[in-house]
Write a protein that binds this ligand. Structure first.
Ligand code: NAD
Length: 494
């Protein structure tokens, strides 16, 4: 029942005295206990990683990626099993869990290309007889701190790139969803990394504090709420570590009069209700431009009525529960505030949910959401859609750009010029056109801006090579000891 750590190539029982209860959100039952590991357990993991780095950093890149090739195969082999565990501890549907894992596997695939991605640069004769080249060298022990909402994918945003570039790693899953990673680490154990290269330490806040203050950790990747992202960023930067901290979001999806209504709204509603709204790229406020608002509202309600809430393992379920009882209460309280602030509830699916102690919340649609209110500004992280109407596209852009967050936004329109103007003017750094969840693929970089991202270098894709390596530049010349043999006399002057 207690989840294990994985340190120096071995599964170890934590000596923690405090545990976090892991619930099955579809029944409310406690299914496991996450140890809130002690600082000496984190020290053991960092020590193992630091020791392993001495050899791993000079292991050729082509050898470093071999375990990742094997891991990809093992993850695919056990994909159904992993997805079932994921549904059990998180609540999302089986199809969503498979997607969560697939996105993680794609990170391994891209990281297998490190021998090419990590290549340096070379320029000959940069001054007379002098050549210069730069190479990207690993730096040491990195750590990753993860959120609950993508138990399989998010940890893969970091560690495959970190270890393939020659670093070693300590990974902390969310204490709410440790079981998916515990299983994945059994496959990591099989795939052939030397002991200490990749380690798993379970825990909560205390482990995070240990990571950001640890003298032997050179860099930290964090994903979670903005509140904690700021703490992690400030502390780790203060300790002179590299940091990338991805925070919360408030995502606006805009439909213009030039959109295909049915297809657009289906994508928008999937974005808002998929994974029960617990995605950092989930749509939250749907904005109808001009006359499109009425059609948007009617079509959203029609789609919301079709949502079937239930256990994620049942084949007809289209939306699972939210993560916890406290999340359920928080979202319900946000809905009450929105109503007090003038929003109107035009669809309320909260009564049509299983009554078995699970953390179920039916889909909700709120119309007449006004700028500046809670529904227009706060991350809800649940299956609640807010509808807004604006007269012109420029007002939608203004609305998006007035948000403190800037993770993603999308336009739904068949007018290319309109879409181009939207792309050119919005702050969020991940933008969609006729897509509800424009998540960049593993070979592009991922990350928002403003309060959604703290750091300089985004995650996965080419950016991860930059984050996990230090550029070393060499200026080099060779003296000709035998002037008579000189093929080009100009090269040997001075
Ligand atoms: P969270 O901030 O509560 O937890 C994230 C991690 O921080 C966990 O591992 C947790 O153990 C740790 N933590 C929690 N409180 C802490 C504290 N006071 N001090 C130090 N560490 C602490 O986030 P969550 O609820 O697990 O995840 C949901 C949030 O993550 C949402 O805001 C969502 O938008 C965000 N998210 C963002 C992205 C992105 O790409 N921007 C991706 C996924 C999730």
């Amino acid at each position: 029942m207690n989840v294990n750590n994985y340190i120096n190539g071995k599964f170890v029982t934590s000596k923690a005295s405090d545990f976090f209860d892991v619930h099955d959100p579809s029944t409310g039952e406690v299914i496991a206990k996450t140890p809130l590991s002690t600082s000496s357990e984190l020290d053991n993991a960092v020590h193992a990683a630091k020791t392993a780095f001495k050899v791993w950093k000079s292991t050729p890149a082509v050898d470093r990626v071999q375990p990742l090739y094997r891991l990809k195969h093992l993850l695919e082999r056990d994909s159904d099993k992993i997805s079932e565990i994921l549904v059990k501890e998180h609540g999302k549907t089986f199809a969503e869990a498979k997607g969560d894992l697939l996105r993680g596997i794609q990170m391994c695939e891209v990281a297998c290309g490190i021998p090419t991605l990590q290549m340096g640069k070379f320029s000959n004769n940069v001054a007379r007889g002098i050549d210069s080249y730069s190479m990207r060298r690993p730096m040491g022990v990195f750590a990753g701190i993860n959120p609950f909402n993508f138990p399989a994918m998010v940890p893969f945003w970091f560690w495959p790139f970190a270890v393939a570039t020659g670093n070693t790693f300590v990974m902390k899953p969310s204490e709410r969803v440790p079981l998916t990673q515990e299983y994945i680490f059994q496959l990591i154990d099989e795939c052939g990394f030397p002991p200490g290269v990749i380690n798993l330490v379970n825990g909560g806040k205390e482990v995070v504090e240990g990571i950001v203050n640890h003298p032997d950790i050179v860099g930290v990747s964090f994903v979670g709420s903005t509140e904690v992202a700021k703490i992690v960023y400030d502390k780790a930067r203060g300790n002179r570590k590299r940091v990338q901290a991805l925070g919360g979001a408030k995502n606006f999806l805009v439909m213009t009069e030039n959109a295909s209504v049915e297809k657009s709204v289906r994508a928008m509603v999937d974005s808002c209700y998929g994974c029960a709204g617990e995605r950092c790229l989930a749509g939250s406020v749907l904005v109808g431009v001009g006359n499109s608002h009425e059609a948007l509202k009617n079509e959203v309600i029609k789609n919301a009525k079709e949502v079937i809430v239930g256990n994620g393992m049942e084949s007809n379920t289209s939306m699972g529960p939210v993560i916890s009882q406290s999340a359920l209460e928080r979202i319900n309280s946000d809905i009450e505030i929105a109503l007090k602030e003038g929003a109107e509830i035009v669809y309320d699916g909260r009564k049509s949910v299983p009554q078995n102690g699970g953390f179920y919340l039916g889909p909700v649609v709120l119309d007449n959401v006004k700028p500046g209110t809670l529904m227009a500004t706060k991350e809800i992280f649940g299956p609640v859609i807010g509808l807004m109407k604006v007269d012109h596209l420029s007002q939608a852009v203004e609305l998006i750009n007035s948000s403190d967050y800037a993770n993603t936004c999308s336009i739904f329109s068949n007018d290319g010029m309109e879409a181009q103007q939207f792309i050119d003017s919005v702050h969020p750094s991940m933008v969609g056109v006729n897509l509800g969840v424009p998540a960049p693929m593993a070979f592009f970089s991922f990350g928002g801006s403003k309060e959604s991202f703290f750091g300089d270098v985004k995650v996965h894709g080419q950016s991860s090579i930059e984050f996990f390596t230090e550029e070393h530049t060499v200026m080099q010349r060779w003296f000709n000891l035998d002037e008579k043999q000189d093929l080009n006399p100009h090269w040997s002057k001075d």
